[in-house]
Design a protein around this ligand. Structure first.
Ligand SMILES: *Cc1c(COP(=O)(O)O)cnc(C)c1O
Length: 424
């Protein structure tokens, strides 16, 4: 199946007489005829359902659809993008380990890594996404377990050189984890460029309608854990909490990583997506291939419009010729980048606030990447406690506005922007 067909028909395949639409299995638990049958499930000797904290058929079907879209071997849903980021790393790194991450990542991921996971004893080194391969190689230590980056960084809009980072990660015996939230598998499939694990905040384009918070982890099944067995004992040595099974031996390279994340992390930490949310996520994905090109088309027109507006001092969109990341965007995202554009309003913080209050179609919201156009002025919202110097240190200028293009009529969006800019 091609991507468009996978969006509709991937995952759930009804058999004779079954419901056409993915059913919501709104049940915590599942019934068995004998305790022996259930015991096999508890021992991971048989696959099946017994408790929704571990697995649920609705969730599994949606994970299978995202897995097919990304070209992976196994996948799982999580309660949020944050949970996906956490599990993806914590599944292979623990206290005393080290991870290399791009510095251009989502702010929530940065906090998770630099503060919360640091408290768990995992050390992170943040590198410039434009670092040379040679300098990147120098950041590896004997205890390095993974490299992490974002296809298109939220909100910096830098484009991650997946192929190059994958190559250096593999030379050093560790997998590359890529957060593909902004690109979606419609615009980029990181596994095709060498990424080993892909994660999503499904809250954004995959759901696409501001309806549910969720996450997903997809494994390519290609990273050879056994070739670096000493680095990844959790996958290559017996798990005492499951009568001594070894994940790579029992589930192969295709299944080991996701089975371990489900059997250990989901069992113990319980960050599950509700089946009802998974159902809504599935509905969203059914139109992903139609929505994403429209988001990109609208964003390109917005970027070009803003470039010509006299009240705008700069525009950042990797689809614009002359953007620092134009060439990388052409390589990894030839069919479109994403719907998010950032720009500066002439007159700084005050003018940006005035502009925001003049918008009628685009709504002020912290959200991005969904059907509704929305706008955020970090200096007066998410980063309002910072003065101008502190903002500069965080890479955010006081005039920066993040505009997430929805899929409304482009003329309404442009008129709205034009009127609000004229109102300054
Ligand atoms: C929003 C976001 C996250 C966090 O996802 P939640 O679903 O809000 O927990 C992670 N990565 C990126 C790129 C995001 O935009």
């Amino acid at each position: 199946m091609r991507q468009e067909t996978k969006c509709i028909q991937g995952g759930y395949r009804p058999s004779n007489g079954e419901s056409r639409m993915l059913p919501i299995v709104q049940s915590t638990t599942f019934k068995y005829d004998t305790s022996e049958e259930m015991a096999k499930l508890f021992d991971l000797e048989a696959s099946g359902y017994f408790y929704t904290r571990l697995q649920n058929p609705t969730n599994d079907n949606v994970a299978a659809k995202i897995c097919a879209l990304e070209g992976g071997s196994a996948a799982m849903l999580t309660s949020s993008g944050q949970a996906a980021s956490f599990f993806s790393v914590f599944n292979i790194a623990g206290c005393g380990d080290h991870v290399i991450a791009s510095s251009a990542i989502y702010g929530g991921t940065y906090n998770l890594f630099a503060i919360t996971m640091k408290r768990m004893g995992i050390e992170f080194t943040f590198v410039d996404p434009d670092i040379s391969s040679e300098d990147l190689s120098k950041e590896f230590k004997p205890n390095t377990k993974a490299v992490f980056g974002e296809t298109i960084a939220n909100p910096a809009l830098t484009v991650f050189d997946i192929e190059r980072f994958a190559q250096v990660a593999h030379e050093n015996g560790v997998p590359l984890i890529v957060d593909n939230t902004f690109a979606t598998p419609i615009n980029c499939r990181p596994i095709e460029w060498g990424a080993d694990i892909v994660i999503h905040s499904t809250t954004k384009y995959l759901d696409g309608h501001d309806a549910t918070v969720g996450g997903c982890i997809v494994d390519s099944g290609k990273f050879d854990w056994k070739a670096h067995a000493e680095k990844f004992p959790g996958l290559t040595t017996p798990d005492e909490s499951y009568h001594g099974i070894t994940y790579v031996d029992k589930f192969g390279l295709e299944g080991a990583y996701i089975t371990k994340a489900t059997a250990q992390l989901m069992r113990d930490l319980g960050a599950i997506q509700a089946p009802m949310n998974a159902y809504l996520l599935n509905l969203g994905i059914e139109s992903l291939h139609v929505r994403v090109p429209r988001h990109c088309e609208n964003a390109m027109k917005v970027a070009e419009f803003l470039e010509k507006n006299e009240n705008v001092s700069w525009v950042n969109y990797p689809g614009l010729k002359g953007n620092k990341y134009y060439d990388l965007a052409q390589k990894y995202l030839p069919n479109g980048v994403c719907g998010v554009v950032s720009f500066g309003v002439k007159g700084g913080r005050k003018a940006a606030e005035k502009f925001m209050s003049g918008l009628k179609v685009a709504m002020i919201a912290t959200h991005v990447a969904d059907a509704h156009s929305c706008v955020l002025h970090p200096a007066s919202a998410t980063h309002r406690q910072m003065n101008d110097e502190e903002l500069a240190a965080a890479g955010i200028s006081p005039d920066l506005v993040r505009f997430s293009c929805g899929i409304e009529n482009i003329d309404d969006i442009l008129e709205d922007l034009g009127n609000a800019l004229a109102g300054i």
